[in-house]
Structures are given as C-alpha cells and as structure tokens.
Design a protein around this ligand. Structure first.
Ligand code: WTA
Length: 643
C-alpha cells in the first residue's frame, strides 16, 4: 500500500475538461456547484425535486426521507411506481418506440437488435409466464444465465410484476448457486442449457442440476431453461420447462402494477470480510433514481449515443449500468455475450467500430490485458465514434490510464473513473465529464448529493493531503442498500457500527489531495479485489479447508500485472497427508476452489507450510503472509506474534 500511496502522491498530471465537451454536457461546473449547494442546504428538497423530475410515479410521494429507524433509511415511502414501466413503457411514445433499446452481439458474431417496443413485448410475454407460474409480488427469482438479451428480459419481467430477482454470475459454481438459492428461498430458477465463453461452453444447466440435488435445502419448484448452446441436457419432468415453450401462447399485454417505492427490487450477493457472501438488498424508487441520474451525469448520455458497459449482468455494474440506469434514460445499450479476447485480441475494438460505440465503460483489468497485447490490435480499427470512456472496479494505475486515454480514446475522450460499490447502488465519486479535470488514478469528486469524507480511527475528518483513512459517506442517499437479506444485524455491524451509526463505512481506504480529489487506495478489510471482483479471504479459506487433506488455510492478495490482485494461499496439511505430492495437491485444491466458488477465486499459488503466523489471540497475521507471498523482507512489528 505504501507503494501505491507514493505513486499517487507523485501523480501531478492534469487533463482539463475538453471545452467542446463542457459546452454540451448535461452537467457543467456551474450546474454541479449549484446542485451541491442545494444538496448541502436542504438534502430532502434536493432529492425530492430530482425524484419528481426524473421518475414516472403512479402515486406521487409526499415524504422524501424516513429516518425513523436509521441506519435503515427509507425513501419516498408513500409514493408508488413501476420500475419496468420507467425503463420501457415510458419510452413508447412517438418515434422513440422504434429506437434500439438493446443491440446484442453473440460470441459467434450473430447480432440481434430489440427496439423499445420489442423489448416491451418480450418482457410482457415473460412477465406473464412468471405470473402463470404463480410468482407473486415479493417472491424471489434466481437468474443464472449467459449475457444474452433474455437475461435482461428476465430481470425486467421480475421488476414488472414485483418479483425480487437475484442474478448469480454464470461464472459461479454449482455450490455458489446452491447457497444463493437456499438463502433467497427462491421457488423459480431461470437458466440456460449453456453459455458460450472463449469458444467453449459453460454447462449452466448441469451446474443448476447439481445445485438442485435433493438433499439441499432449496425451495425451487420450477426451472425455466433458455436454449442457447444446444448442449445435451437433462430436463426433469414436472420441474424443468424450456423458455421458448413457456412463453409460447402468452399474452403480450401485461399490466405493470404500482408498487410501493420501497418494494424490494433485487438481492445481489457480494463478499465481505467474514462468512459467506451477503445478499445486498436494493429497493425500487431510490435505486432507480440513483441508477438513472448517475448514468446521465457520469456518461453524459445523449439521444444518439450507443452505449456499452462491458460488465456481466451478474455484477452490480451490470444491474445499474447495463440494465436499469441506461434503459431508464431511454438509451441504446450494446451487449456482448462472450470473452473479451475471442477469437482475437481485437474483438472489443472490432465491435466498437462496427456498432459505432460512443460511450465505453469497462474495468482497469481489461485495459491492462489489452495494453499487454500491444497497440496494433487496436490500431486495426477506427475508434473515432468513442467520445467518453469509463472505468470501474479498482483504482486505475496511471500507466493503464494514459494508455486508455491515448490509444483507445485517441487523446480526446474524458475518462470517468467511477468509485462505487454493490452497496451504493450507483456511482458515488467520479470526475463528471463536463465538470472535473482528470487526474490519472483519481476518482475525483463526489457526485451531486453525495457527502463523502476520509476519517481517522476516531472518526475525525482528515484534512492532510498525504494521510489516508476510512472512506465514509456521512449523509444517506436514495441508491443506498436497504439491508442484508435476512440479516439486519450484519447490515448495521458491517456498514455503520464502527463509528456509532454516524457514517456509512465503505470498507475502502482513501486520501484527499489539496484539490479535494479522492484517491482510493483499496480495501481495509479482508476482501480481495481480483480483476475488479470482490472475494472474501474467509470464503476461499473455507473452500480450501473443505478438502480432506487440509488442516488449516490462510489466503492473501498479491499484486498481479493484469488482475490487480491475485490469490495466494498458505496451507497446512493434516498429519496423514504431509507426505502427499505437492503438485498434485495444488491442482486438486485449485479445482476445489473452482468447484466451490468459481474460477475467479482460484489461487495463483499455494504454499504448503507447517504453521501460520498468529497473534496470541489466534488471529492470522495476514500482513506477514502478504510480505512473504510478495517475497518481501519482514520488517514489520511482530511483537504480538505467538510463535
Ligand atoms: C473497488 C463494483 C477504486 C473498491 C462497482 C470498492 C474501486 C469495491 C473503484 C466495490 C474505483 C470499485 N476506484 N476502487 N473506481 N470501483 N472499486 O461491490 O474497493 O463489486 O469498495 O462494486 O471495488 O466492489 P463491488
């Protein structure tokens, strides 16, 4: 961490807002300042005005914020609306009806476009299918699908009838799916026979079958299976239905009921410091408002943009910035099904050129991977359609930042480095393209309405530019999580406890420079960030310990050129296995983690050790392991070390 603070402190480059950009942007410097001042003066009036202006209400609200049970904040409580109607039906007036809502490209190169009218039809058909399955408002539906149009349709169909979706990333294992099915108590699972990924087929339905084995404690009664890869699969009589058969004969008319503003919209699992991933709960109006506003502000979405967010819908970025935010703005959203480098490293750039992508939102890990392949793959294509670039997932190292700007953006596109989290629902800190000059590696300033601070161990604000501290948010905002599914105590304890409910604690450390710009340094808890994805050390450790040869395990993150961080594991073997072949065991343990969590959690290296450094109270001293995994000399204080 010291190293990254140094490199950030030395970063002095400044790229001003392009003038032509500021002149056309939804938000410019003066508008930004006006909004921030308004939010400061009267936060409720500020949010109330935006909610009235940007959302379509069935029943207008009279109350903006209910703090009665803080930190369980509730927004717009006596209002009602329908999220799907806001994302689709409201764009069916006039010519917009025939505007492309989704342009999808399959890994095999096939292209499908859905106008808003067509999207409305598909969502209605599928919403009626769910209704026919007796899915009621508030019921949970788990979605374990490839990046196909039907995944978006499924989410919006749930939203339309008030069912609560929980999307499970298709790269997660059967075991991870099983945990989420059990925790949500879903009766319905939506999946596909398989997913194309890098020329191979991921057997989603087979994973689903494993997750649904009878001895598990799930409540799934119905599985609807999309035919995508034509893979040979088992269909269980009475439980499994083909998607195309299920929608056949359904009506294309499906009313969109008015749902309370706080009606739950989705649950999305994310890793924390301890235990299993937690189900982050988001509700309807507040989340939608924030997804919509931040899409508009950060990406400056315009009528003729072709917008591409490369995230999978299995992550929060896919929820807020593939589906809800851009569609609520009536944008044209591009979706790509497959692997970024397939069949060649220029796949992304070929798509940018062929589809005329104007706004591209991706992750530093992808940028680094492309940079490594060399400029020639990019130079083969005309990328002049691009006007804005976005980044999310981790701090962007200046080298990758400059490459992104120069080689991808042709030196003319602002880079919007968005800091946010599954829990925040939408962007919190970002250099708005018409407002903030870019500093490579910094996410710049809080968005209008957001009050972010860096505080010390005592909760006092830090003003020295070179001092890091806890990144906290000290005023509620509409897009914030509403809780942890089934575990209210965990919500309070994880996000609010440390400073007596005064701040939302993000779990990141950051510092602010003399211009007030935020520089996020990384997680302060036992969460790793591998390729922009959050993984809990505890989760991976418990996957390792589940192997019969393993007595104890500890996991740390080590720097990785492309992934940002890689998983490094320390394992103590049981006495009976001390003599086992280490290469074979390493392979078996890596396979074990892949089976129990997914390939993203697979350790890069595994060290077999005789003991783990622990404090006298039995806590593993990860900083020592980290130093060892990085091959650094141990110079830290080890006075609390037991052995
Ligand atoms: C990290 C992804 C620095 C951070 C949207 C955060 C970032 C975690 C950035 C959330 C960024 C995300 N700069 N760090 N622009 N974006 N992070 O929940 O550590 O998957 O807490 O949400 O990713 O990850 P999550």
């Amino acid at each position: 961490m010291t190293q990254s603070i140094d490199s950030h402190l030395n970063e002095e480059r400044l790229f001003p807002v392009p003038e032509t950009f500021a002149a056309r942007a939804h938000l410019d410097q003066s508008e930004y300042q006006r909004l921030q001042a308004e939010a400061e003066r009267d936060p409720e009036a500020f949010w109330g005005t935006l909610a009235r202006e940007h959302l379509l209400w069935e029943q207008p609200f009279s109350r903006v914020l209910d703090q009665g049970e803080a930190p369980f904040y509730r927004w717009f409580t006596d209002g009602s609306l329908n999220v799907a109607k806001n994302c689709i039906d409201r764009h069916l007036q006039g010519a917009q009806k025939h505007k492309a809502a989704l342009i999808w490209e399959g890994e095999d190169g096939s292209v499908k476009t859905l106008t808003y009218a067509q999207l409305h039809r598909e969502v209605s058909l599928f919403a009626n299918t769910l209704r026919g399955e007796k899915v009621e408002s508030g019921d949970r539906v788990v979605i374990y699908m490839p990046m196909v149009i039907e995944a978006v349709v499924a989410m919006l169909a749930c939203a339309r009838i008030g069912a609560v979706h929980s999307v499970v990333f298709g790269g997660f294992s059967a075991e991870a799916l099983k945990d989420r099915l059990e925790d949500t108590g879903a009766r319905i699972l939506l999946t596909a026979d398989g997913a194309y990924r890098g020329g191979k087929i991921v057997p989603l339905k087979r994973h689903a079958d494993q997750a649904l084995l009878r001895e598990h404690e799930h409540q799934v009664e119905r599985v609807i299976v999309l035919q995508r890869t034509g893979t040979d699969i088992d269909m269980l009589d009475g439980r499994d239905l083909w998607w195309h058969e299920a929608i056949a004969g359904q009506s294309a008319h499906c009313p969109a009921p008015a749902l309370p503003a706080e009606h739950p919209l989705f649950i999305l699992y994310t890793s924390g410091s301890t235990g299993k991933p937690k189900g982050i709960l988001h509700s309807s109006a507040g989340y939608l408002l924030w997804a919509k506003l931040t899409s508009r502000w950060s990406f400056d979405l315009k009528e003729d943009d072709v917008y591409w967010c490369t995230a999978d819908v299995g992550w929060i970025t896919g929820h807020s910035y593939v589906v809800y935010g851009p569609l609520a703005n009536g944008a044209t959203v591009f979706l790509y099904e497959g692997a970024p480098m397939y069949p060649q490293p220029d796949r992304f750039w070929s798509m940018v050129e062929r589809h005329g992508i104007s706004v591209l939102y991706t992750a530093p890990t992808a940028v680094r991977a492309f940079m490594k392949m060399g400029d020639s793959w990019v130079k083969k294509h005309d990328l002049s359609s691009l006007r804005l670039l976005g980044s999310v997932g981790e701090p962007m190292n200046p080298e990758a930042w400059i490459w992104y700007r120069d080689v991808i953006g042709g030196g003319k596109c602002p880079i919007v480095d968005t800091w946010w989290q599954t829990e925040t629902g939408g962007h919190m800190i970002a250099p708005l393209p018409g407002v903030s000059a870019n500093k490579p590696g910094s996410c710049a300033l809080p968005l209008p309405g957001i009050s972010a601070k860096v505080v010390n161990e005592q909760g006092e604000e830090i003003d020295a530019a070179d001092q890091g501290g806890y990144l906290v948010i000290d005023r509620p905002w509409p897009g914030m999580l509403r809780g942890v599914w089934g575990n209210p105590e965990r919500y309070v304890q994880t996000y609010w406890g440390k400073f007596g409910n005064r701040y939302y604690i993000a779990g990141d450390s950051a510092r602010r420079d003399k211009d007030g710009y935020f520089w996020v340094m990384g997680r302060i808890d036992d969460v790793l960030n591998v390729s922009g994805h959050r993984l809990g050390t505890a989760e991976i450790e418990s996957a390792l310990v589940a192997h019969p040869a393993v007595a104890e395990a500890a996991v740390v993150g080590i720097p990785h050129e492309i992934k940002g961080e890689a998983v490094s594991a320390f394992v103590i073997l049981k006495a009976a296995h001390q003599g086992d072949d280490h290469d074979q065991l390493s392979a078996a343990l890596r396979a074990q983690v892949t089976d129990l969590i997914g390939a993203i959690a697979r350790p890069d290296d595994i060290h077999f050790v005789d003991s783990l450094p622990k404090t006298r109270s039995g806590k593993i001293m990860r900083r020592l392991l980290r130093a060892q995994a990085r091959g650094e000399e141990i110079t830290q204080d080890i006075s609390t070390l037991e052995d």
